[in-house]
Design a protein around this ligand. Sequence first.
Ligand code: ZN
Length: 342
Amino acid sequence: MALPLLPTTIAGSLPKPAWLAEPKKLWAPWKLEGEALVEGKRDAVRLALSMQEKAGIDIVTDGEQTRRHFVNGYMEKLEGIDFKNLKTVHIRNRYDADVPRVVAPVRRPKPVHSEDVKFLRSATTHALKFTLPGPMTMVDTLYDEYYGSREKLAMAFAGILNQEATELAALGVDVIQFDEPAFNVYFDEVRDWGIAALERAAQGLKCKTAVHICYGYGIKANIDWKKTLGSEWRQYENIFPLLAGSAIDQVSLECANSRVPLELMALLEGKDVLVGAIDVATDSVETPEQVAATIRAAMKHVPASRIQACTNCGMVPLGREIARAKLEALAAGAAIVRREIG
Ligand code: ZN
């Protein structure tokens, strides 16, 4: 699919309509049931596509309208995981969360997102990105009572994700993105097995492959964590050289309003860089000129031909109209720079 220079895309999620799930809430319960829920999710996907297309986003997603949570939404479709008796654990080395327990070998009884993607592909002619949780982030969002090894469990998930991703690519998805916020926390594990698990998940895919690594949604635990990180956030320095040597095509990262030194992007030589030019942790809407400034700053370290303009992270916790305005600013900002460089 032909894309313009500096194509625009989003990290993944968008707010859900109030009739589908309570707004501004992570893991909000569905408000519909049965057939009405199936139909409601599809209508929400249509709206998410329309919002992106009208705003001028080039590579669109389903806004994760069919999932309650970016990790659990996938894991709850697998076998071997108990979602009834949750366990409170400290996740991402940051905050306590009630998470499901692994009690048996993890298995995917049937494809999870094939039907979603068939519908999605039929509903838009735009380039399509589909997001899946990364193996390490899955491991870090549950309590393991069976495998006794984060690496073994991650590799089991990676095999499952690879089957899923292979099917979705065959259905016409242009980019499969694995979300790995845990990469920003467990640097030793990223080196020892995280990259290998990610590559296993992406192995042999006929479409582009991406990984999204961020500082999290704009929730209090993350905002508090960011305050402890000092004047420069150099977490990416540990992982970008490893990713540069990996088989992954694209890296989605956080830039807007962050303390990430932008020169760290140069460590991603050879990769497409999805520059986060929209802050998802604030209701204040960027101006197109602010977005353009972030893209120009990135261009000092990455050739324009390898840059995509993106959001810092998912937008599910935002109000819908705020998200819409931010998407419009993203597209307008990329257009400014595109005109400048002709
Ligand atoms: Zn994120």
